[in-house]
Design a protein around this ligand. Structure first.
Ligand SMILES: Cc1cc2nc3c(=O)[nH]c(=O)nc-3n(C[C@H](O)[C@H](O)[C@H](O)COP(=O)(O)OP(=O)(O)OC[C@H]3O[C@@H](n4cnc5c(N)ncnc54)[C@H](O)[C@@H]3O)c2cc1C
Length: 409
Protein backbone atom coordinates (compact mmCIF):
# COMPACT_ATOMS: atom_id res chain seq x y z
CA UNK A 1 0.00 0.00 0.00
CA UNK A 2 1.36 3.43 -0.93
CA UNK A 3 0.08 6.89 -0.08
CA UNK A 4 1.10 9.48 -2.74
CA UNK A 5 0.72 13.17 -1.89
CA UNK A 6 1.22 15.72 -4.69
CA UNK A 7 1.53 19.39 -3.70
CA UNK A 8 0.51 21.90 -6.40
CA UNK A 9 -2.11 21.28 -9.09
CA UNK A 10 -0.50 23.16 -12.00
CA UNK A 11 0.84 21.99 -15.36
CA UNK A 12 2.91 19.25 -13.69
CA UNK A 13 0.97 18.30 -10.54
CA UNK A 14 -2.50 18.07 -12.08
CA UNK A 15 -1.31 15.86 -14.94
CA UNK A 16 0.48 13.62 -12.45
CA UNK A 17 -2.52 13.07 -10.15
CA UNK A 18 -4.76 12.47 -13.18
CA UNK A 19 -2.44 9.78 -14.52
CA UNK A 20 -1.91 8.20 -11.08
CA UNK A 21 -5.61 8.33 -10.19
CA UNK A 22 -6.49 6.54 -13.43
CA UNK A 23 -3.66 3.98 -13.04
CA UNK A 24 -4.72 3.02 -9.54
CA UNK A 25 -8.48 3.12 -10.25
CA UNK A 26 -10.10 0.10 -8.67
CA UNK A 27 -6.95 -0.64 -6.63
CA UNK A 28 -7.87 0.52 -3.14
CA UNK A 29 -4.36 -0.25 -1.88
CA UNK A 30 -2.94 3.04 -3.14
CA UNK A 31 -4.17 6.57 -2.48
CA UNK A 32 -3.41 9.73 -4.42
CA UNK A 33 -4.01 13.16 -2.84
CA UNK A 34 -3.61 16.58 -4.43
CA UNK A 35 -2.94 19.55 -2.12
CA UNK A 36 -3.71 22.86 -3.83
CA UNK A 37 -4.95 26.21 -2.41
CA UNK A 38 -7.03 27.26 -5.46
CA UNK A 39 -10.45 25.84 -6.33
CA UNK A 40 -9.85 25.98 -10.10
CA UNK A 41 -6.97 25.14 -12.39
CA UNK A 42 -6.12 27.48 -15.26
CA UNK A 43 -3.19 26.62 -17.50
CA UNK A 44 -0.47 29.13 -16.60
CA UNK A 45 0.84 29.90 -20.11
CA UNK A 46 -2.59 31.44 -20.79
CA UNK A 47 -2.58 33.84 -17.81
CA UNK A 48 -1.74 36.76 -20.10
CA UNK A 49 -5.02 36.07 -21.93
CA UNK A 50 -6.92 36.23 -18.62
CA UNK A 51 -5.18 39.55 -17.89
CA UNK A 52 -6.47 40.96 -21.19
CA UNK A 53 -9.97 39.46 -20.94
CA UNK A 54 -9.58 37.15 -23.93
CA UNK A 55 -9.53 33.81 -22.11
CA UNK A 56 -12.74 31.83 -21.72
CA UNK A 57 -12.81 30.93 -18.00
CA UNK A 58 -16.20 29.28 -18.37
CA UNK A 59 -14.97 26.73 -20.89
CA UNK A 60 -11.33 26.23 -19.99
CA UNK A 61 -11.14 26.40 -16.17
CA UNK A 62 -10.98 23.02 -14.37
CA UNK A 63 -12.75 22.56 -11.02
CA UNK A 64 -10.44 20.45 -8.82
CA UNK A 65 -13.38 19.08 -6.77
CA UNK A 66 -15.18 17.81 -9.84
CA UNK A 67 -12.02 16.59 -11.58
CA UNK A 68 -10.79 14.66 -8.53
CA UNK A 69 -14.10 12.80 -8.18
CA UNK A 70 -14.02 11.78 -11.86
CA UNK A 71 -10.35 10.76 -11.88
CA UNK A 72 -9.86 8.76 -8.70
CA UNK A 73 -7.75 11.09 -6.53
CA UNK A 74 -8.53 13.08 -3.39
CA UNK A 75 -8.43 16.86 -3.39
CA UNK A 76 -7.41 18.86 -0.31
CA UNK A 77 -7.93 22.60 -0.77
CA UNK A 78 -5.06 24.07 1.24
CA UNK A 79 -1.55 25.40 0.81
CA UNK A 80 1.52 23.57 2.09
CA UNK A 81 3.58 25.59 4.55
CA UNK A 82 6.06 23.11 6.06
CA UNK A 83 7.57 19.64 5.97
CA UNK A 84 8.65 17.11 8.59
CA UNK A 85 10.64 14.45 6.74
CA UNK A 86 11.20 12.31 9.80
CA UNK A 87 7.50 11.78 10.49
CA UNK A 88 6.72 11.97 6.71
CA UNK A 89 4.11 14.70 7.15
CA UNK A 90 3.47 18.02 5.48
CA UNK A 91 2.05 21.04 7.31
CA UNK A 92 -0.98 22.78 5.77
CA UNK A 93 -1.86 26.46 6.09
CA UNK A 94 -5.35 25.57 7.36
CA UNK A 95 -7.15 22.80 9.20
CA UNK A 96 -8.68 20.07 7.08
CA UNK A 97 -11.05 17.79 9.04
CA UNK A 98 -9.65 19.26 12.27
CA UNK A 99 -6.01 18.61 11.36
CA UNK A 100 -3.37 20.79 9.72
CA UNK A 101 -0.98 17.96 8.83
CA UNK A 102 -1.09 15.26 6.16
CA UNK A 103 1.06 12.15 6.07
CA UNK A 104 2.64 10.60 2.97
CA UNK A 105 4.70 7.62 1.85
CA UNK A 106 5.84 9.47 -1.29
CA UNK A 107 5.67 13.24 -1.57
CA UNK A 108 5.80 15.16 -4.87
CA UNK A 109 6.49 18.90 -4.72
CA UNK A 110 5.09 20.75 -7.77
CA UNK A 111 4.36 24.26 -6.49
CA UNK A 112 5.83 26.05 -9.52
CA UNK A 113 7.70 29.34 -9.64
CA UNK A 114 6.91 33.06 -9.61
CA UNK A 115 8.48 36.18 -11.14
CA UNK A 116 11.64 37.50 -9.53
CA UNK A 117 11.55 41.14 -8.37
CA UNK A 118 15.31 40.94 -7.68
CA UNK A 119 14.48 42.94 -4.50
CA UNK A 120 14.32 46.13 -6.60
CA UNK A 121 12.92 49.00 -4.58
CA UNK A 122 9.15 49.52 -4.96
CA UNK A 123 8.51 46.68 -7.43
CA UNK A 124 6.45 44.50 -5.02
CA UNK A 125 4.26 47.46 -4.01
CA UNK A 126 3.79 49.25 -7.33
CA UNK A 127 3.78 46.55 -10.04
CA UNK A 128 1.27 43.84 -10.84
CA UNK A 129 2.51 40.27 -11.28
CA UNK A 130 1.15 37.50 -13.50
CA UNK A 131 1.92 34.47 -11.36
CA UNK A 132 -1.60 33.25 -10.58
CA UNK A 133 -5.08 33.44 -12.05
CA UNK A 134 -6.08 35.77 -9.17
CA UNK A 135 -3.33 38.22 -10.15
CA UNK A 136 -4.25 37.94 -13.84
CA UNK A 137 -7.91 38.70 -13.00
CA UNK A 138 -6.78 41.70 -10.94
CA UNK A 139 -4.84 42.97 -13.95
CA UNK A 140 -7.95 42.56 -16.12
CA UNK A 141 -10.07 44.53 -13.60
CA UNK A 142 -7.57 47.41 -13.81
CA UNK A 143 -7.28 47.27 -17.59
CA UNK A 144 -11.08 47.27 -17.90
CA UNK A 145 -11.20 50.54 -15.90
CA UNK A 146 -8.46 52.01 -18.10
CA UNK A 147 -10.48 51.15 -21.21
CA UNK A 148 -13.27 53.42 -20.00
CA UNK A 149 -11.04 56.48 -20.21
CA UNK A 150 -11.25 58.58 -23.35
CA UNK A 151 -7.55 59.50 -23.15
CA UNK A 152 -4.60 57.31 -24.03
CA UNK A 153 -3.58 54.98 -21.17
CA UNK A 154 -0.01 53.78 -20.77
CA UNK A 155 1.05 50.26 -19.72
CA UNK A 156 4.67 49.32 -18.93
CA UNK A 157 5.66 45.65 -18.95
CA UNK A 158 9.03 44.70 -17.47
CA UNK A 159 10.65 41.54 -18.85
CA UNK A 160 10.60 40.42 -22.49
CA UNK A 161 10.56 36.68 -21.80
CA UNK A 162 7.58 34.55 -22.92
CA UNK A 163 5.19 36.14 -20.39
CA UNK A 164 6.07 39.78 -21.15
CA UNK A 165 6.13 39.33 -24.93
CA UNK A 166 2.81 37.45 -25.05
CA UNK A 167 1.14 39.99 -22.75
CA UNK A 168 2.43 42.97 -24.76
CA UNK A 169 1.18 41.45 -28.00
CA UNK A 170 -2.21 40.55 -26.55
CA UNK A 171 -2.61 44.14 -25.29
CA UNK A 172 -1.63 45.48 -28.72
CA UNK A 173 -4.36 43.31 -30.23
CA UNK A 174 -6.84 44.67 -27.69
CA UNK A 175 -5.81 48.16 -28.76
CA UNK A 176 -6.60 47.27 -32.38
CA UNK A 177 -10.03 46.07 -31.27
CA UNK A 178 -10.64 49.37 -29.46
CA UNK A 179 -10.04 51.37 -32.60
CA UNK A 180 -12.06 48.91 -34.72
CA UNK A 181 -15.08 49.27 -32.41
CA UNK A 182 -14.39 53.04 -32.11
CA UNK A 183 -14.28 52.79 -28.31
CA UNK A 184 -12.56 56.18 -27.86
CA UNK A 185 -9.61 55.31 -25.59
CA UNK A 186 -6.37 53.65 -26.55
CA UNK A 187 -3.47 51.84 -24.91
CA UNK A 188 0.24 52.63 -25.34
CA UNK A 189 2.27 49.53 -24.45
CA UNK A 190 5.99 49.67 -23.61
CA UNK A 191 8.02 46.48 -23.17
CA UNK A 192 11.18 46.97 -21.09
CA UNK A 193 14.03 44.44 -21.20
CA UNK A 194 17.45 44.53 -19.52
CA UNK A 195 19.09 42.27 -22.15
CA UNK A 196 19.97 43.39 -25.68
CA UNK A 197 17.09 41.47 -27.31
CA UNK A 198 13.59 40.20 -26.58
CA UNK A 199 13.35 36.50 -25.59
CA UNK A 200 17.01 36.43 -24.50
CA UNK A 201 16.89 32.65 -23.96
CA UNK A 202 15.77 31.95 -27.56
CA UNK A 203 17.77 31.88 -30.80
CA UNK A 204 18.70 35.33 -32.05
CA UNK A 205 16.72 35.09 -35.30
CA UNK A 206 13.59 34.24 -33.29
CA UNK A 207 14.14 37.33 -31.11
CA UNK A 208 14.47 39.51 -34.22
CA UNK A 209 11.27 38.17 -35.80
CA UNK A 210 9.32 38.56 -32.56
CA UNK A 211 10.56 42.11 -31.99
CA UNK A 212 9.67 43.11 -35.58
CA UNK A 213 6.15 41.73 -35.15
CA UNK A 214 5.69 43.45 -31.77
CA UNK A 215 6.72 46.78 -33.27
CA UNK A 216 4.36 46.27 -36.23
CA UNK A 217 1.59 45.68 -33.68
CA UNK A 218 2.42 49.05 -32.08
CA UNK A 219 4.41 47.95 -29.00
CA UNK A 220 7.37 50.16 -28.01
CA UNK A 221 10.32 47.89 -27.21
CA UNK A 222 13.12 49.25 -24.98
CA UNK A 223 16.22 47.03 -24.81
CA UNK A 224 19.30 47.30 -22.55
CA UNK A 225 16.89 48.97 -20.14
CA UNK A 226 17.48 48.24 -16.46
CA UNK A 227 14.76 49.08 -13.97
CA UNK A 228 16.33 50.75 -10.91
CA UNK A 229 13.19 51.41 -8.86
CA UNK A 230 9.40 51.53 -9.08
CA UNK A 231 6.96 53.96 -7.52
CA UNK A 232 3.30 54.92 -8.05
CA UNK A 233 2.80 55.08 -11.85
CA UNK A 234 6.53 55.44 -12.47
CA UNK A 235 9.56 53.28 -13.21
CA UNK A 236 13.11 54.59 -13.14
CA UNK A 237 14.90 52.94 -16.06
CA UNK A 238 18.54 53.79 -16.89
CA UNK A 239 18.10 56.98 -14.78
CA UNK A 240 15.04 58.07 -16.79
CA UNK A 241 11.41 58.04 -15.59
CA UNK A 242 8.83 56.04 -17.55
CA UNK A 243 5.27 56.97 -16.56
CA UNK A 244 2.39 54.50 -16.89
CA UNK A 245 -1.06 53.99 -15.36
CA UNK A 246 -0.32 50.26 -15.08
CA UNK A 247 3.03 48.54 -14.44
CA UNK A 248 3.34 44.77 -14.90
CA UNK A 249 6.38 42.85 -13.66
CA UNK A 250 7.10 39.77 -15.79
CA UNK A 251 10.85 39.40 -15.31
CA UNK A 252 12.91 36.57 -13.87
CA UNK A 253 11.94 33.26 -12.31
CA UNK A 254 12.25 32.12 -8.71
CA UNK A 255 10.51 29.74 -6.34
CA UNK A 256 8.72 30.91 -3.18
CA UNK A 257 10.90 31.88 -0.20
CA UNK A 258 9.39 29.23 2.13
CA UNK A 259 11.06 26.55 -0.03
CA UNK A 260 14.54 27.89 0.77
CA UNK A 261 14.73 25.93 4.00
CA UNK A 262 12.32 23.06 3.66
CA UNK A 263 13.41 20.71 6.41
CA UNK A 264 17.00 20.84 5.18
CA UNK A 265 16.39 19.89 1.53
CA UNK A 266 19.05 21.24 -0.85
CA UNK A 267 18.00 24.30 -2.87
CA UNK A 268 19.71 26.65 -5.35
CA UNK A 269 19.92 30.46 -5.32
CA UNK A 270 16.40 30.83 -6.82
CA UNK A 271 14.95 28.40 -4.24
CA UNK A 272 14.44 25.52 -6.67
CA UNK A 273 14.81 22.17 -4.89
CA UNK A 274 17.78 20.12 -6.12
CA UNK A 275 16.88 16.69 -7.43
CA UNK A 276 18.72 13.70 -8.87
CA UNK A 277 17.99 12.61 -12.48
CA UNK A 278 15.30 10.32 -11.00
CA UNK A 279 13.50 13.48 -9.75
CA UNK A 280 14.13 12.41 -6.14
CA UNK A 281 15.55 15.13 -3.89
CA UNK A 282 19.29 14.87 -3.31
CA UNK A 283 18.77 14.18 0.42
CA UNK A 284 15.52 12.22 0.63
CA UNK A 285 14.43 9.45 -1.77
CA UNK A 286 10.77 9.61 -0.75
CA UNK A 287 10.46 13.31 -1.72
CA UNK A 288 10.21 14.04 -5.48
CA UNK A 289 10.08 17.42 -7.24
CA UNK A 290 8.73 18.22 -10.72
CA UNK A 291 8.01 21.30 -12.84
CA UNK A 292 9.47 24.78 -12.28
CA UNK A 293 10.05 23.83 -8.65
CA UNK A 294 12.88 21.39 -9.52
CA UNK A 295 16.51 21.88 -10.44
CA UNK A 296 17.00 18.68 -12.41
CA UNK A 297 20.39 17.85 -14.02
CA UNK A 298 20.69 16.39 -17.50
CA UNK A 299 23.44 14.08 -18.83
CA UNK A 300 25.16 17.01 -20.65
CA UNK A 301 25.39 18.99 -17.39
CA UNK A 302 22.56 21.42 -18.26
CA UNK A 303 19.43 21.81 -16.13
CA UNK A 304 15.86 21.13 -17.28
CA UNK A 305 14.38 24.58 -18.19
CA UNK A 306 11.36 25.96 -16.30
CA UNK A 307 8.86 25.44 -19.13
CA UNK A 308 5.39 23.97 -19.53
CA UNK A 309 6.61 21.14 -21.78
CA UNK A 310 9.23 20.12 -19.20
CA UNK A 311 6.52 20.09 -16.50
CA UNK A 312 4.30 17.87 -18.70
CA UNK A 313 7.13 15.48 -19.57
CA UNK A 314 8.20 15.15 -15.92
CA UNK A 315 4.62 14.37 -14.85
CA UNK A 316 4.33 11.65 -17.52
CA UNK A 317 7.72 10.22 -16.56
CA UNK A 318 7.00 10.18 -12.82
CA UNK A 319 3.61 8.52 -13.27
CA UNK A 320 5.42 5.65 -15.07
CA UNK A 321 8.15 5.54 -12.43
CA UNK A 322 5.64 5.25 -9.57
CA UNK A 323 4.23 2.14 -11.23
CA UNK A 324 7.78 0.72 -11.25
CA UNK A 325 8.35 1.80 -7.67
CA UNK A 326 5.37 -0.12 -6.30
CA UNK A 327 6.66 -3.20 -8.16
CA UNK A 328 10.08 -2.69 -6.50
CA UNK A 329 11.75 -1.96 -9.84
CA UNK A 330 14.58 0.62 -10.01
CA UNK A 331 13.71 4.17 -11.08
CA UNK A 332 14.84 5.45 -14.48
CA UNK A 333 16.34 8.92 -15.03
CA UNK A 334 14.30 11.73 -16.57
CA UNK A 335 15.62 13.00 -19.93
CA UNK A 336 14.06 16.22 -21.22
CA UNK A 337 13.14 16.18 -24.94
CA UNK A 338 13.17 19.78 -26.11
CA UNK A 339 10.32 20.19 -28.58
CA UNK A 340 11.26 23.85 -29.19
CA UNK A 341 9.59 27.01 -28.04
CA UNK A 342 6.43 28.76 -29.25
CA UNK A 343 5.41 32.32 -28.54
CA UNK A 344 1.88 33.55 -29.30
CA UNK A 345 1.66 37.07 -30.68
CA UNK A 346 -2.09 37.65 -30.47
CA UNK A 347 -4.76 35.16 -31.43
CA UNK A 348 -3.77 34.65 -35.05
CA UNK A 349 0.03 34.58 -35.09
CA UNK A 350 2.85 32.73 -33.36
CA UNK A 351 6.59 32.28 -33.73
CA UNK A 352 8.30 29.03 -32.85
CA UNK A 353 11.78 27.55 -32.87
CA UNK A 354 12.11 23.81 -33.52
CA UNK A 355 14.75 21.16 -34.33
CA UNK A 356 17.14 22.24 -31.59
CA UNK A 357 16.56 25.93 -32.44
CA UNK A 358 17.79 25.41 -36.03
CA UNK A 359 14.49 26.35 -37.63
CA UNK A 360 12.26 29.33 -36.80
CA UNK A 361 8.64 29.14 -37.97
CA UNK A 362 5.97 31.80 -37.93
CA UNK A 363 2.42 32.48 -39.01
CA UNK A 364 -1.18 31.58 -38.33
CA UNK A 365 -0.58 27.84 -38.64
CA UNK A 366 2.16 28.07 -35.95
CA UNK A 367 -0.47 29.65 -33.72
CA UNK A 368 -2.63 26.55 -34.33
CA UNK A 369 0.27 24.34 -33.17
CA UNK A 370 0.64 26.60 -30.09
CA UNK A 371 -3.04 25.95 -29.28
CA UNK A 372 -2.48 22.23 -29.70
CA UNK A 373 -0.02 22.29 -26.77
CA UNK A 374 -2.83 23.53 -24.51
CA UNK A 375 -5.24 20.99 -25.97
CA UNK A 376 -2.72 18.19 -25.29
CA UNK A 377 -2.65 19.29 -21.64
CA UNK A 378 -6.46 19.20 -21.58
CA UNK A 379 -6.41 15.81 -23.30
CA UNK A 380 -4.47 14.35 -20.36
CA UNK A 381 -7.04 15.84 -17.97
CA UNK A 382 -10.25 14.95 -19.87
CA UNK A 383 -9.57 12.68 -22.85
CA UNK A 384 -10.09 13.58 -26.54
CA UNK A 385 -13.91 13.32 -26.49
CA UNK A 386 -14.39 16.21 -24.09
CA UNK A 387 -11.52 18.24 -25.59
CA UNK A 388 -13.14 18.00 -29.06
CA UNK A 389 -16.46 19.15 -27.59
CA UNK A 390 -14.71 22.10 -25.89
CA UNK A 391 -13.03 23.10 -29.15
CA UNK A 392 -16.33 23.05 -31.06
CA UNK A 393 -18.09 25.01 -28.31
CA UNK A 394 -15.32 27.61 -28.30
CA UNK A 395 -15.53 28.02 -32.07
CA UNK A 396 -19.30 28.56 -31.88
CA UNK A 397 -18.94 31.05 -29.01
CA UNK A 398 -16.30 33.01 -30.96
CA UNK A 399 -18.59 33.23 -33.97
CA UNK A 400 -21.53 34.47 -31.89
CA UNK A 401 -19.68 36.84 -29.53
CA UNK A 402 -17.24 39.72 -30.11
CA UNK A 403 -13.78 38.32 -29.51
CA UNK A 404 -12.65 40.48 -26.63
CA UNK A 405 -14.73 40.92 -23.51
CA UNK A 406 -13.01 44.31 -23.35
CA UNK A 407 -15.04 45.50 -26.24
CA UNK A 408 -18.23 44.91 -24.22
CA UNK A 409 -17.26 46.67 -20.99
C1 LIG B 1 1.85 34.30 -18.49
C2 LIG B 1 2.76 33.10 -18.64
C3 LIG B 1 3.06 32.63 -19.93
C4 LIG B 1 3.86 31.49 -20.07
N1 LIG B 1 4.09 31.05 -21.34
C5 LIG B 1 4.81 29.92 -21.50
C6 LIG B 1 5.05 29.40 -22.80
O1 LIG B 1 4.62 30.00 -23.80
N2 LIG B 1 5.75 28.24 -22.93
C7 LIG B 1 6.23 27.56 -21.83
O2 LIG B 1 6.84 26.49 -21.97
N3 LIG B 1 6.04 28.04 -20.58
C8 LIG B 1 5.35 29.19 -20.39
N4 LIG B 1 5.16 29.67 -19.12
C9 LIG B 1 5.74 28.91 -17.99
C10 LIG B 1 4.85 27.72 -17.61
O3 LIG B 1 3.56 28.22 -17.29
C11 LIG B 1 5.45 26.98 -16.43
O4 LIG B 1 6.72 26.49 -16.80
C12 LIG B 1 4.57 25.81 -15.98
O5 LIG B 1 3.27 26.24 -15.63
C13 LIG B 1 5.22 25.10 -14.78
O6 LIG B 1 4.35 24.14 -14.27
P1 LIG B 1 4.36 23.78 -12.72
O7 LIG B 1 3.35 22.71 -12.52
O8 LIG B 1 5.74 23.56 -12.27
O9 LIG B 1 3.87 25.10 -11.99
P2 LIG B 1 2.47 25.85 -12.10
O10 LIG B 1 1.79 25.56 -13.36
O11 LIG B 1 2.80 27.27 -11.75
O12 LIG B 1 1.61 25.22 -10.92
C14 LIG B 1 1.96 25.38 -9.57
C15 LIG B 1 0.74 25.08 -8.72
O13 LIG B 1 1.15 25.05 -7.35
C16 LIG B 1 0.18 25.70 -6.57
N5 LIG B 1 0.82 26.17 -5.33
C17 LIG B 1 1.58 27.27 -5.15
N6 LIG B 1 1.97 27.37 -3.86
C18 LIG B 1 1.46 26.28 -3.22
C19 LIG B 1 1.51 25.83 -1.88
N7 LIG B 1 2.17 26.50 -0.92
N8 LIG B 1 0.86 24.69 -1.56
C20 LIG B 1 0.17 24.00 -2.52
N9 LIG B 1 0.09 24.39 -3.80
C21 LIG B 1 0.73 25.52 -4.15
C22 LIG B 1 -0.32 26.83 -7.46
O14 LIG B 1 -1.59 27.30 -7.04
C23 LIG B 1 -0.34 26.16 -8.82
O15 LIG B 1 -1.59 25.56 -9.08
C24 LIG B 1 4.39 30.82 -18.93
C25 LIG B 1 4.11 31.31 -17.65
C26 LIG B 1 3.31 32.44 -17.50
C27 LIG B 1 3.04 32.97 -16.11
Amino acid sequence: MANFVVVGGGAAGLELVTRLGKSFAGNKQHTVTLVEPSGHHLWKPRLHEIAVGSFDNELDAVSYVQHSVCNGYQFVQAGMSGLDRESKTIVLDRDVDGNNTLSYDYLVMAVGAVSNDFKINGVREHCLFLDSSEQALLAWEQIKKMLQSSTQQRISIVGAGATGVELASELAKLNQQLSRYKMGGSLAVTLIEAADRVLPASPKCMSEKVQRKLEQQGVTVQLNAKVQSASHHQLIVNDTAIEAQLQVWAAGVKCADWLANLDGLETNRINQIRVKPTLQTTLDDSVFVIGDNAECPQPDGSMVPPRAQAANQEATHLAKQFKRLIKDKPLQPFIFKDGGMMIALGHDYAVGSVMGNKLVLRGRWVRNIYDTIFRLHQQVLFGWGRVSALMILKRVKCLLNPYYKGSLS
